[in-house]
Ligand binder design. Structure first.
Ligand code: GLN
Length: 260
């Protein structure tokens, strides 16, 4: 491992603060497993982690939290949290995005990072506008295994990410958002333009449940590195033996390709 590749995180003082948005309402299909994965991949490296639940009424100090997670939820759950999201959390979350905090939104959480989500025959549910995307409910649910090849600009050492999707919302990217990747198997953002997910700076979102991060360790580490860089400058995490995770990922890809 050459000099610039040597791990630059000294475990004795490193701490990651995770803000978990609406855990009681927005955590469908095991999305809470993403929190456990971030926590464990830090702990394996001796990095301390604090997880702060940010539920209804909880205020946010944008300077304090390094990484926000916003899981999936059915339309009903998105409506329930909408007022709090707009009145209590929108402005500090927008400020956090400007300050370089990392965000990961899955499905319903991803949709509400955008400008709005328009359920079928209903009023728009406003988003917080930290991703230049809009979502409009389609007339059929997009359900099944999904495999996507990540955007090469993210320079992940493993290009494929795998998961499971279940959404009626069709998401379209505006000019300021880039696709997280392109669909290899599945529907992706809208079943039309072969894009999957979106990112803008350190704000990421996608439709991959599963949960996403246990089977895609390279993405988990990208999020951890960027969140720690916000506090500690350039970071290279100590490598972890991901052979089991990557074996799982490969088996999901094979299975998904067979049944597509
Ligand atoms: N309610 C949204 C949709 O159906 C998001 C669903 C989800 O989070 N799984 O598109």
């Amino acid at each position: 491992m050459n000099k610039e590749q040597q791990p630059t995180i000294s475990s004795k003082k490193t701490r990651l603060i995770i803000g978990w948005l609406y855990p009681k309402y927005m955590s469908t299909y095991g999305d809470r497993g993403n929190i456990l994965t971030l926590w464990q991949r830090c702990r394996w490296r001796g990095i301390e982690v604090t997880v702060k639940e940010l539920d209804m009424g909880d205020k946010i100090n944008p300077a304090y939290i390094d990484l926000y997670f916003f899981g999936g939820g059915q339309d009903q759950a998105q409506k329930i949290i909408s007022e709090d999201l707009q009145k209590v959390k929108r402005d500090p979350l927008r400020k956090a995005a400007r300050l370089g905090s990392v965000f990961l939104g899955i499905c319903g959480g991803f949709q509400l990072f955008g400008h709005y989500y328009r359920p079928a025959n209903e009023m728009d549910i406003p988003g917080i506008g930290i991703l230049d995307i809009v979502t409009i409910a389609g007339n059929k649910r997009m359900i099944g295994n999904i495999v996507a090849e990540t955007n090469e600009k993210l320079n992940m050492d493993r290009k494929l990410i795998v998961g499971f999707e279940n959404h009626s919302g069709k998401t379209y990217l505006g000019k300021r958002a880039a696709p997280l990747g392109n669909v290899v198997v599945g529907f992706g953002n809208n079943g039309e333009d072969r894009t999957e997910g979106a990112y803008q700076g350190n704000v990421f979102g996608c439709y991959l449940h599963g949960p996403l991060l246990p089977k895609n360790p390279q993405f988990a580490d990208l999020l951890i590195e960027r969140a720690l860089e916000r506090k500690y400058g350039h970071v290279v995490l100590e490598p972890i033996d991901d052979s089991l995770e990557l074996e799982t990922q490969e088996s999901v890809v094979e299975r998904a390709k067979k049944i597509q």
